[in-house]
Design a binder for this molecule. Sequence first.
Ligand SMILES: [Zn+2]
Length: 303
Amino acid sequence: MPEIPEMEIYKDYLNRCVKGKRIDEVNVLRAKSVNLESTDFCQVVIGRLITEIMRRGKYLVFQLDDGHYLLTHMMLNGRLFYVTTENLETLQGSTSNQSPKALMSEIVHSNAEDLRQRIKGLPGKVSIVFGLSDGSVLLFCRLTLGYLHYLGQDQLETKLRELGSDPLDPNFNAQGFSQLLEGKKGMIKPWLMNPKNIAGVGNAYSNEALFRAGILPTRSISGISLTDKMNLYNSLVTVVQESIRLGGDMEEPFAPWDDFTGGYNPFFGVYDRVDKPCPVCHELIQTSVVGGRNAFFCSHCQK
Ligand SMILES: [Zn+2]
C-alpha cells in the first residue's frame, strides 16, 4: 500500500503536471469509486480548474476553483498514471491527422479494455479518467478499494479530522511524538500504523523505522524509554524523507517518462526481506504476524 513517501511523490508530480489545468472531460468507468451518481460527478467536476494538490497522511486532496475538493485514497492497489499529448500521439491506434484535443477526448471516453490495449505501461484497470485543458490525460487506476470523492470544505475537514499527526508536519516533533505515546498500552508497531495516532505510516515504513531505532515491533509501549521514543521519531522522519528523495517503493511509474518512482526499493533494511542478511549485523531477517500484519525485524539489532 502506498504510504507517505509514495503519496508525497504523487503530490509533487501532480503539482508539476496537472496544477493550473482545467478538467475538460471526465469518464467514470467504475461508478463505486465516486461518491455521487456518475453523471452528477461529471457535471460538477467538468470545467473546474485544479488549483493545488495537497497530501494529508495517505490522502491526496485536489483543490478546485469552486471551493470544493477531490479527495482520493489509493488504499491497497490504487495507482495514478499521466500521459501528455506527445505520449498520446505515439499510442497504438492514434492517427496523425487528429488534433491533440480530439485524441484526448477519444482516449477519455474509451472503455477499460481499449485503454489497456492503447496505453503502454498503464498500471492496471482504469477506474476514472480526466481529460485536461492542455490535452493531457490523468488516469486513476485500480480504485477497487480506493476512491475519488467530491467534497465541500466541511466534508473534507470532517474526514481529515480523524487523522493523527503527520510525521512531515513542521509543527510535529520528537517531543510531541513522545507525548502521544505517554500512558499508551499495547505493542508499538500496531500503534504506529493506526492512522488515528500517526497519519500515513503503513507496514513498510513502520517496520523500517523500528529497525533503525533498534526496537522490536512487539515491544510494549510502556517499556520504551524516552530516549528510544525520540530515536523512533527521528528514525521515522529520516526513513520517510530518504524514501521521498530516492523515489519511494512503488513499482508502477507515474508516467511513461518516469524513471524516478520505485528508487527506494533496494534500500529497505528489513521490510519484505525475510531470510536475507541484516544490513547491519548480517543475521537473517525474521518475520511474524503482529497486529494482523507482517512484521520484519532483526532479532539481534532490535530489542
Ligand atoms: Zn541486525
